[in-house]
Design a protein around this ligand. Sequence first.
Ligand SMILES: [Zn+2]
Length: 484
Amino acid sequence: MIFRFILLCLVINFAICISQNPILIIVSYDAFKYDFFNTKDIPHMKSLRKLGSYSDYLINVFPTKTFPNHHSIATGLYPEVHGVIGNSYFDTSTNKEVHISYDMFHYDDSVVPIWRKNEDSGGNRHSGAMMWPGGCYPYQAKNITYCKDYDHQYDWFKRVDMVISWLKDPKQPANLVMVYFEEPDTDAHIYGITSNVVDGLIKKLDNISQYLEQQLEVNHLKEKVHVVHLSDHGMVDVKPTNFVNVTQHLTPNTYNYAGSSPLLEFHPKKGFENEVYQKLKNASIKDGRFTVYKKDEYPERWHYKKNRRSPPILVMANVGYGLDDLIHYVTEGAAKYNLKVTNQSTFGVHGYDYTEKEMHPFFMVRGPRIKINHKVSPFNTVDLFNLFCEILEIAPTKNNGTVANIANMFLARSNGKYSLTTILTITAGGIVIALILISCAAVLTLMMIKRQQSITTTAALNKRFPQTFHGSIEAQHLLEPEDA
Ligand SMILES: [Zn+2]
């Protein structure tokens, strides 16, 4: 009986406590370079990669900065479409630099991130954002069900625990969760991507990826859930001797600028447009360590220029070089982190052209519908939105991705809509419920037969011994010879 009860609980737990929609977890490790799989000690992530499909790297979007790439992952749109053109940008209407904020992520109300799209697709779908950049703002004037704002002090293991609790919520189980880890980016900016500090962080992230899998397993979620692990960009180390002061070539108060190495966005003040451009251009030809672009010179393939936030002039340092902001940053960083800066110190930088291999992020996915130990060709960050929609079984909104680039990761459908795992789960549940119903029916039938026998016996005895017996148990012995 106890065994039957446990089975019933398991069936009920499956039916009520997790979403009956496809479930997807997307984990981003900021600045986790594609080649860490060859250069770092990450045994768990290497094992995970074999459990699903993966590419050697992703072709991310320009600029290879955190917020533009995270929003392209979430929307399938290029920065010139979703409007997050940098980690900061200069707003000409207010003459202020805009950092991460509601405004940054709301260039256009037609931009619908995957977490909003999931909930809008109906069927009791719920989304969660664990510190994902831009994930806690309302979109289309609606908040998603679960959200934890960025807090770098919040323990990484607790982040995973909270994600699991969202998936298991009995009333509103999440079926899409976006998870963000700020490392190795944060410390790599300070100590360099090749530093021992970063090696330690990468090991810790490897352990976190294992912890997530373990928690999915002990909560009976592993076979049901799809998990994507990825990053937004890579990084290179830059030494102080490679910091280039570009503003020294300009006349003060003739321009504003925003952004950070290796990209500075210049906005000349009215009447100084040509002067600022020509001075920067001449300096770049003479110096050779940075390039200057006018807006109409931005390559089309950047998908960066057709946006009112894109600057009229962009200065980009060559790979391995930084600009003015790093000169200031090193002074501040040295004081803040008690660093002794020498010419051999290293500072991590990213944001260069996505054609630079050092800027490439990694990608892998596993789950019930995904091919195992399957390597695919590198594809675009903007293709990921279609991958997420396919896993979630929702119709994608118009985006810049290509479905064909992600289609090869999926197993052939075993029977139309449902995977083999789903069919087995439903079948096993159905068998257990059927056994319980049959047992109940058998018990009821036996009780009815016994009751009928009792009535018949009493009636027969009353007929033979009307004054003596009224249903007494001994009456059966008296009855037996006549019945035999
Ligand atoms: Zn980043």
